[in-house]
Design a protein around this ligand. Structure first.
Ligand SMILES: [Zn+2]
Length: 263
């Protein structure tokens, strides 16, 4: 059964909504994810999580939004990534990278997401899951604000989902995200673009950020810890992570729907 909104005719969307009035909106900007991964990583991951959750819980999946916002990294986080702390670095636009990322300004991002939610509410969807793949703090806060502003208690719930909320851990372009891409879009990964093992991968040299540096406990030499090294990624791990994430999302949207007043 088709779950992808853009491929459904209006009466199919109405039938799906009548069965389960849940809509998923996958979100992620086109962003540097190391030299070894396609820039669409976050958006692709969000789309896969949404499709798998919809297979389990019902509902329709909007086409993924290739959008996200960013800001300048604060001094503490810069030091955690091996910088001095005084640099001005916007998102993943590190010095020397081949291509800056495509971010949009925070207020524009909020307006677009809010307008899409407004349209889905007019179509009588009652649970709207913003399935997010991008980790920037201001990006997540913007989504949280839109979700809170557009939720109508008892009638419509707008919630945040995605691996930042439903996954096992956070990282950027390390073993987890690389495993996802290997599993679902293997043509979009080229591990030979990284130096061979066991040469260490500097955080700031490659833009590969492991769980340690994301939680503020970087390795002493600011290189990716061996257990989070993207060169050890496997498709099995990627599929296992998506199963875990989509189970959680499916459970949360079903609970949110059950908690609403009858239509
Ligand atoms: Zn990512």
């Amino acid at each position: 059964m088709e779950l992808r909104y853009e491929l459904m005719r209006p009466q199919e969307i109405v039938a799906a909504r009548t069965r389960t009035p849940i809509a998923y909106v996958p979100i992620g900007p086109m962003e540097w994810h190391g030299p070894h991964m396609a820039v669409g990583m976050d958006m692709l991951h969000a789309h896969t999580m949404a499709l798998e959750a919809a297979r389990k819980a019902g509902g329709v999946v909007l086409p993924p939004l290739p959008l996200g916002t960013e800001t300048y990294t604060d001094a503490e986080r810069l030091r955690h990534r091996g910088f001095e702390g005084s640099e001005r670095i916007y998102g993943m636009d590190y010095p020397g990278f081949a291509l800056p990322s495509l971010y949009i300004e925070e207020s524009a991002f909020a307006i677009i997401v809010r307008e899409i939610v407004r349209g889905l509410k007019r179509q009588a969807f009652r649970v709207i899951a913003l399935v997010n793949g991008h980790g920037a703090l201001n990006h997540r806060n913007t989504l949280m604000r839109v979700a809170t502003e557009t939720t109508e208690p008892g009638r419509v719930t707008v919630l945040l989902a995605g691996y930042l909320y439903d996954g096992r851990y956070r990282e950027h372009a390390a073993i987890g995200e690389t495993s996802y891409l290997l599993a679902y879009h293997p043509e979009a990964v080229d591990l030979s673009a990284l130096p061979p093992l066991p040469k260490p991968l500097g955080y700031r040299d490659f833009g590969v950020l492991d769980r340690q540096t994301v939680v503020g406990e970087p390795t002493p030499d600011f290189t990716v810890a061996p257990e989070h090294d993207p060169r050890r990624a496997t498709p099995e791990r990627g599929r296992d992570d998506v199963a875990y994430e989509s189970d959680r999302i499916a459970r949360r949207v079903a609970e949110a729907l059950a908690a609403l007043q009858p239509a």
